[in-house]
Design a protein around this ligand. Structure first.
Ligand SMILES: Nc1nc2c(c(=O)[nH]1)N[C@H]1C(S)=C(S)[C@@H](COP(=O)(O)O)O[C@H]1N2
Ligand SMILES: [Mo]
Length: 456
């Protein structure tokens, strides 16, 4: 999108020895040469795309005096800010460009809408809670947890021996688990089915986030209520917001203990935008089933066919039929650096970095191509590699300054491999919205600008 909205400097890599203790010597030696040389050297460094280390940029010779004496910046001389001001910390003001963003014109209202996570600015695998993507069908609420209730009932009086209504306090006394999982909206990359539609990876892939979630396994709640495991094969989950979000969760997912009734996210309570005080976590399954503001769970013997699984969240196929209950998020990956909207400042070394994930299990390998898929090299997976969780991958690349087509292709531990967009279209057509897990291509132009492209 607008390049000004991207954080500066993320693509620049200083040579290794610049940041070692020898780097400090460089500063001293240059200061000794006097002001003129120092500035010239600093400019020369800027022109080659090398970032001056902080000390070099900030230390200035003290006026006309002895050039050996460096004038220390204000923050090295005075007192800093007090502790606990503010009591809840926020990112540096210099990071103000790192924001989740809506896509202008995508939705008619700002409540029934989407904001996309800035994947190009994030490191590792955890999404900071304040940058978690948002998808609300009718806006978000900040619900009073003392008033919130979760009802667990059966579709008839025999499904559960003892239907219950839980308060938050009661839920939080139960045995809890904490697990890292990605959540991806089924419509992520959905704008790209027909053609290139959006410029940056924030918009192509940013309906994706990853957190550590804490809560009670749904299986535990059903056990507490005396579920009839033979007859009860599906659970309907219902949210407390005005969208009447209701989704059917098959018992096969619940029985493994994976599905969590969660109140915690990244060490604290869920954010209101993420469903405070309670949401369902359904690892590997598209975001819509992760019902927020969760207020009711009903055990039944068949899928419920609610509006959000019969009219919406169905996949239109080329022959005019719809696929229903296609809920697993298949293996997928994206290079986040370099990615659309960024600019490579010069040829030379880059750490190509990205994210891979699969709703079926763990990522087994990621291959990266810089020539549009002719040649592939295996990327390094950064551990820990967890099931149904984002995995960070990295690979070295020395850019020769010529146009390049950068791609990543992930394989999961069930053997599923990402397809090209052409292969996916041949089977699924172009009219679908959901479950686009095609290989993403970024074109690096000779001037260093990176563009979103699709290969025929
Ligand atoms: N109650 C409720 N739950 C909901 C929704 C909603 O609008 N209301 N949106 C769903 C959709 S479509 C997605 S993709 C995820 C998004 O979760 P997030 O906003 O925490 O990213 O929540 C799901 N759960
Ligand atoms: Mo979604």
């Amino acid at each position: 999108m607008d390049r000004d909205t991207l954080p500066p400097g993320r693509l620049i890599k200083a040579p290794e020895n610049f940041l070692t203790p020898e780097g400090v010597n460089v500063v001293r030696a240059e200061a000794r040469q006097g002001r003129r040389n120092f500035i010239r050297n600093a400019f020369a460094a800027a022109a080659t795309g090398v970032v001056a280390p902080a000390a070099l940029a900030q230390a200035k010779p003290a006026g006309d005096g002895d050039p050996h004496i460096l004038q220390l910046p204000e923050h090295s001389r005075g007192l800093g800010q007090s502790v606990a001001s503010p009591g809840y910390g926020a990112p540096s003001k210099h990071e103000a460009n790192v924001q989740r963003r809506p896509s202008p014109g995508l939705t008619q209202t700002t409540q029934a809408s989407v904001s996309f996570a800035p994947l190009q600015s994030l490191f590792g695998i955890v999404t900071p809670s304040g940058l978690h993507f948002e998808r609300h069908h009718q806006g978000w609420w900040d619900i009073d947890p003392t008033q919130h209730r979760l009802m667990v009932n059966g579709s008839d009086d025999k499904m559960l021996k003892t239907p219950k209504v839980f308060t938050m306090d009661e839920l939080m006394r139960l045995p809890s688990v904490s697990r890292f999982h990605f959540i991806e909206c089924g419509a992520n990359s959905g704008m790209e089915w027909g053609n290139v539609a959006v410029p940056t990876c924030q918009y192509t892939h940013g309906m994706l986030s990853c957190s550590e979630f804490t809560g009670v396994p749904l299986r535990t709640l059903l056990e507490l209520c005396g579920a009839d495991w033979k007859r009860g094969r599906f659970v309907l989950a219902e949210g407390a917001d005005g969208s009447s979000m209701t989704r059917t969760i098959p018992m096969s997912l619940i029985e493994s203990g994976e599905v969590i009734v969660a109140y915690g996210q990244n060490g604290e309570m869920l954010r209101p935008e993420q469903g405070y005080p309670l949401r369902l976590v359904v690892p590997g399954v598209q975001g819509v089933s992760w019902v927020k503001y969760l207020r009711r769970l009903e055990l039944g013997d068949k899928p419920y066919g609610t509006k959000d699984e019969s009219v919406h969240y169905i996949d239109l196929l080329p022959d005019g039929q719809h696929r229903q209950y296609s809920s697993i998020q298949e293996v997928k990956s994206v290079v986040t650096t370099p990615s659309g909207g960024q600019t490579l400042l010069d040829k030379g070394y880059y750490n190509v970095s990205g994210l891979a994930w699969s709703g079926r299990g763990k990522i087994k390998r990621v291959d990266v191509s810089v020539d549009g898929g002719r040649n592939w090299r295996q990327a390094r997976l950064e551990g820990p590699v967890m099931a149904k969780c984002l995995t960070r991958f990295n690979i070295d690349w020395v850019w020769d300054g010529k146009p390049a087509l950068v791609q990543s292709r992930a394989t999961d531990d069930t053997g599923h491999v990402q397809a090209t967009s052409a292969q996916l279209r041949a089977v699924r057509g172009t009219r679908s919205i959901y479950h686009n897990n095609a290989i993403q291509t970024w074109l690096v132009e000779e001037n260093g600008e990176v563009k979103n492209v699709q290969l025929a």
